[in-house]
Design a protein around this ligand. Structure first.
Ligand code: 25A
Ligand code: L14
Length: 341
C-alpha cells in the first residue's frame, strides 16, 4: 500500500491571531504534516506553541528559515510577504500568502476553493498562491452559486468587521478599552484611529485619493479577479465594529435574470461552505457569535430588493480568522497536495 505524501510546513507569523488559528486548523483537518516550523519575529523567539500534543519552539524568521520546507503559510503582514515569499520559493517551497502583497499580481492566483479552484493551476508561474481578503472570501462563498444561476451585475456591500481582523494587538486594544471604560477609567487608543469600544468606525485601513479605504478597494478588485469578470460592478463600505470574532456583511445584488428568495435559499442550502440560517419566523439569522469557531459562511435574511427588477438582499457572517484566513489557506494547501504537489 502506497503511503500518501506528507509535507514539511512552515507558518510565518505563527504567534499572531491568524498564525495560531493556522496551527489549530492544520491539526483539526489532519493535514498531512511531516514537520511544522513556527516562524515569527525576535519578540517571540524561544516561545512554545502546541501542535498535535507537542510543544514546538518558535524560531526567528530569517533567509535560511525555508530549507526543506514544502509549503509555507504566510500571515505576518504585506512587507514581510513581499520580502520572504520569493526567498521561500527559491528554497523550493510553495507559498500561500494571507497578506495583500501578491493578490493583484497577474501571475499569482487568488483562490477561494469553493469559488475558483481551477485558478490554482497558475501557482506554477511564481510559486505563490494568494489568500483573498477575509471580507471578500465570505462574500464570494455566498454569492458564487447565485452568480452561476442568475449572473450578478452589481454588488453593494457594507461590512461590520471584527477587531481580530487587524491582529492580536487590536484584540487587546478592544479588551482594554472595554475594561477601562466599564470601570470609569480613562482609556487609550493606539491601534485604531479612534476609540473602538462602544463605537463603530467607518474606516478600515488607510484612505485613498478617491475617498474609499484600501479595504473597500480590495473587496472591489479582488471580487473582479476571483470571478474573472471586470464588468461586475461592486461598491463597498467597510466598518469596524466592537466585535472580537466574526465579520458580518449586508449584501445587495442585482442580477441579470430574476431569482426568487425561495430559489436562492434552495441553491444556497446545497452550496459548498454555506450554512443557510434563514428562518425569521423563528427569529433565526446569522450572527457573529454563532459564526465564531465555525468554518462555514452563514447566510440569511434573504429577501427581494423590491426597488429593483432583479435584486436580492442577504446577510452573510463568517469567522474572519478561520474561513476568512486560516481555514481558506489550509484548504488551498489541501487542493495543492491533492492535485499538484
Ligand atoms: O502589515 P499588515 O499587512 O497591515 O498586517 C498587519 C497585521 O495584521 C495581521 C497581523 O497581526 C499583521 O501583523 N494580519 C496579517 N494578515 C492577516 C489576515 N489575513 C492579519 N490579520 C487578519 N487577517 P498579528 O499581530 O496577529 O500577527 C503578526 C504576526 O506576524 C509576526 N511578525 C511581525 N513582524 C515580524 C513577524 N514575524 C517575523 N518577522 C517579523 N519582523 C508576529 O510575530 C505575529 O506572529 P511576533 O513574534 O512579532 O508577534 C508576537 C506578539 O507580538 C505582538 N506584536 C506584534 N507587533 C508588535 C507586537 N508587540 C509589540 N510591538 C509590535 N510592533 C503580537 O500581538 C503578537 O502577539
Ligand atoms: O487584507 O483590519 O487581508 O480587518 C485583513 C484584515 C486587511 C486588514 C487583509 C482588518 C487584511 C483587515
Amino acid at each position: 500500500m502506497a503511503m500518501s505524501r506528507q509535507y514539511n510546513v512552515a507558518i510565518v507569523g505563527a504567534t499572531g491571531a491568524v498564525g495560531k488559528e493556522m496551527i489549530r486548523v492544520l491539526e483539526e483537518r489532519n493535514f498531512p504534516v511531516k514537520s511544522l516550523r513556527l516562524l515569527a519575529s525576535e519578540r517571540s523567539e524561544g516561545d512554545f506553541l502546541e501542535f498535535q500534543g507537542e510543544d514546538l519552539m518558535v524560531q526567528r524568521l530569517c533567509k535560511e528559515s525555508f530549507q526543506g520546507i514544502d509549503i509555507a503559510l504566510f500571515s505576518a503582514g504585506g512587507a514581510l510577504s513581499e520580502e520572504f515569499c520569493p526567498v521561500a520559493v527559491e528554497a523550493g517551497a510553495v507559498c500561500i500568502d494571507n497578506s495583500s502583497a501578491w493578490r493583484m499580481d497577474a501571475e499569482v492566483p487568488l483562490v477561494v476553493p469553493e469559488v475558483n479552484p481551477e485558478a490554482l493551476a497558475g501557482y506554477r508561474s511564481k510559486g505563490i498562491v494568494a489568500n483573498p481578503n477575509c471580507s471578500t472570501i465570505q462574500m464570494l462563498v455566498a454569492l458564487k452559486p447565485l452568480h452561476d444561476e442568475a449572473r450578478i451585475r452589481r454588488i453593494v456591500v457594507s461590512t461590520y468587521q471584527a477587531v481580530s481582523g487587524s491582529g492580536q494587538q487590536a484584540i487587546e486594544e478592544l479588551r482594554n478599552q472595554l475594561g477601562d471604560l466599564l470601570n470609569g477609567r480613562p482609556t487609550r487608543t493606539d491601534i485604531y484611529p479612534h476609540q473602538i469600544a462602544f463605537n463603530c468606525l467607518p474606516q478600515i485601513d488607510a484612505f485613498l485619493d478617491n475617498g474609499y479605504t484600501k479595504e473597500e478597494m480590495k473587496m472591489i478588485r479582488e471580487t473582479q479577479k476571483i470571478l474573472g469578470d471586470e464588468s461586475i460592478r461592486v461598491t463597498a463600505t467597510t466598518v469596524r465594529v466592537p466585535v472580537f470574532y466574526g465579520h458580518s456583511e449586508s449584501i445587495n445584488i442585482e442580477t441579470e435574470s430574476k431569482i426568487s428568495p425561495d430559489r436562492a435559499r434552495e441553491i444556497l442550502s446545497a452550496a459548498p461552505g454555506v450554512e443557510l440560517v434563514d428562518d425569521v419566523a423563528n427569529g433565526l439569522y446569522p450572527m457573529a457569535k454563532d459564526a465564531a469557531g465555525s468554518d462555514m459562511c452563514l447566510v440569511g435574511r434573504i429577501r427581494e430588493d423590491e426597488s429593483l427588477e432583479c435584486g436580492l438582499n442577504l446577510w452573510v457572517v463568517a469567522d474572519n480568522l478561520r474561513k476568512g484566513a486560516a481555514t481558506n489557506a489550509v484548504q488551498i494547501a489541501e487542493l495543492l497536495s491533492q492535485k499538484y504537489l
